[in-house]
Design a protein around this ligand. Structure first.
Ligand code: CAO
Length: 419
């Protein structure tokens, strides 16, 4: 099978989620990704939230498939020498250490360029270079607060009205995906110039990039003083900042999460229902309310907005004797954009996701096989084969031999705990 990134050598100096998500994606598509880990302990996620004693945690296995693992103490002279050799022979180095950690190890951008002017150095940090918070270490939810997601997510009144973080990894995996685009761009650029470059993505920036429509809303609010698609309009007042809008649609299509049959006992017996402008007539037909099509109080989005909650209540009434699946099966016939709210359990067992490779079963040497999330990107000529994540240091000797070290030298490195 064609593996478009075959031949690209990547030093994977990443840990936790943001960096590993990026390098895992590149490994799926054929890059040779060598994960460099601290001897004895490795990536902290190997031991975090373990479900089986003494076996790499799912947190690690689900973010490090298709890679090789090399243990290396890059603070010891022998370890540094190995990393220098690797830098000379690789195309890309990816890292997401705390600010300044790579410099303190002796691998400044200047030094890396000296070793290999073609090297692409790709970094994730919490905040961008020169930002007043550039010194901060950052985790997922911190980034969601820094990048505008938390201030615009959640409820605007009531007991639960504070900023809310999403369970989606907007700070971590999202930043890793941005970095993957940056790396491939720099790689194509290098084919034109012959030179490597530094690529950096700040988690704050990656979150902000996904909050583009909220920035749009801030600019509109500054100009108009209100936002007509938010649930606050027209009965409540707006301040000078974009409010949280609960489950309202983010664009011109009003929508809401609506209860279906069984919601009293099933926390996910809901659908997302979108009242898309051009779907209004079919929606009226589907709901058995054909008179709404010509009623001036319902005919246009503007006319509907003042009583949109009543409209959603009418739809909920229609939904109360239908499961989320039955409801969607009716609504799809009318071309109405909607979906069941799927639980993680339903997604894990979803036949379509398994058939498409979005949920895949992967073998692992110690835990047996397990299910994980496969590639969300589909190609006509590439179906990524997801392989198990490496055990800590599984490929240390193999990688050292490839770098030209002989058996005695490798044994000496083990003895000095450099690997
Ligand atoms: N050999 C020797 N030393 C190693 C090593 C190795 N193979 N790998 C790492 N280290 C050292 C680093 O050099 C660093 O040493 P110093 O601080 O003494 O210079 C040390 O380990 C700790 O690195 P760190 O600061 O990255 O780790 P942390 O656990 O304190 O912080 C995190 C973790 C994620 C907050 C921080 O790495 C960070 O802010 N990264 C950038 C943003 C990011 O990617 N966050 C998302 C992570 S996913 O939620």
């Amino acid at each position: 099978m064609n593996k478009p990134l075959a031949g690209i050598k990547i030093i994977d100096f990443t840990h936790v989620q943001a960096g590993p998500a990026c390098t895992q994606l590149l490994a799926w598509f054929g890059a040779d990704v060598i994960k460099v880990e601290r001897p004895g302990s490795g990536d902290v996620t190997r031991t975090q939230l373990r479900d089986i004693p003494n076996v790499d945690a799912l947190y690690f296995t689900m973010l490090n498939s298709n890679k090789r693992s090399l243990t290396l103490d890059t603070k010891q002279p022998e370890g540094k020498a190995v990393l220098e050799k690797m830098i000379k022979e690789s195309d890309v180095m990816v890292e997401n250490f705390g600010p300044g950690a790579l410099d303190r190890m002796g691998f400044t951008w200047e030094r890396i360029q000296e070793l290999n002017p073609k090297m692409i150095l790709a970094s994730v940090k919490g905040f961008s270079d020169g930002h007043e918070y550039e010194d901060l270490k950052v985790y997922e939810n911190v980034a969601q607060c820094a990048g505008g997601a938390a201030s615009t997510t959640g409820w605007w009144k009531g007991d639960q009205s504070g900023p809310l973080v999403s369970s989606a990894a907007l700070g971590d995996t999202n930043t890793g995906m941005h970095l993957a685009i940056g790396i491939l761009t720099a790689y194509i650029g290098r084919q034109q110039t012959g030179k490597g470059q530094k690529v950096a993505v700040a988690m704050q920036d990656a979150v902000l990039n996904l909050c583009r429509v909220k920035m749009r809303d801030q600019l509109r609010l500054d100009k108009m003083g209100f936002l007509e698609e938010y649930p606050q309009y027209p009965h409540e007042s707006f301040s000078d900042v974009v409010p949280r809008g609960g489950n309202a649609g983010g664009g011109g299509q009003p929508g809401w999460v609506l209860k279906c049959k069984g919601w009293e006992t099933d926390p996910n017996a809901y659908i997302y229902f979108t009242i898309q402008g051009q779907a209004w007539a079919p929606i009226c037909d589907a709901l058995g309310k054909p008179e709404w099509k010509t009623d001036p109080l319902y005919m246009t989005p503007k006319a509907r907005q003042p009583h949109i909650t009543d409209i959603f209540a009418t739809i909920e009434n229609w939904l109360k004797d239908k499961t989320k699946f039955e409801a969607v099966n009716i609504l799809r016939k009318f071309d109405i954009p909607c979906s069941p709210v799927f639980s993680m359990k339903e997604l894990l067992h979803d036949k379509s996701l398994r058939a498409s490779g979005s949920i895949v079963e992967v073998p692992h040497k110690e835990r047996g096989s397990y299910w994980t999330v496969g590639s969300p990107i589909k190609f006509s000529d590439l179906k990524p084969v997801i392989t198990g994540s490496p055990l800590l240091g599984e490929h240390t000797d193999e990688v050292l031999a490839e770098l030209g070290y002989n058996k005695e030298q490798i044994a000496a490195m083990h003895a000095s705990k450099a690997v």
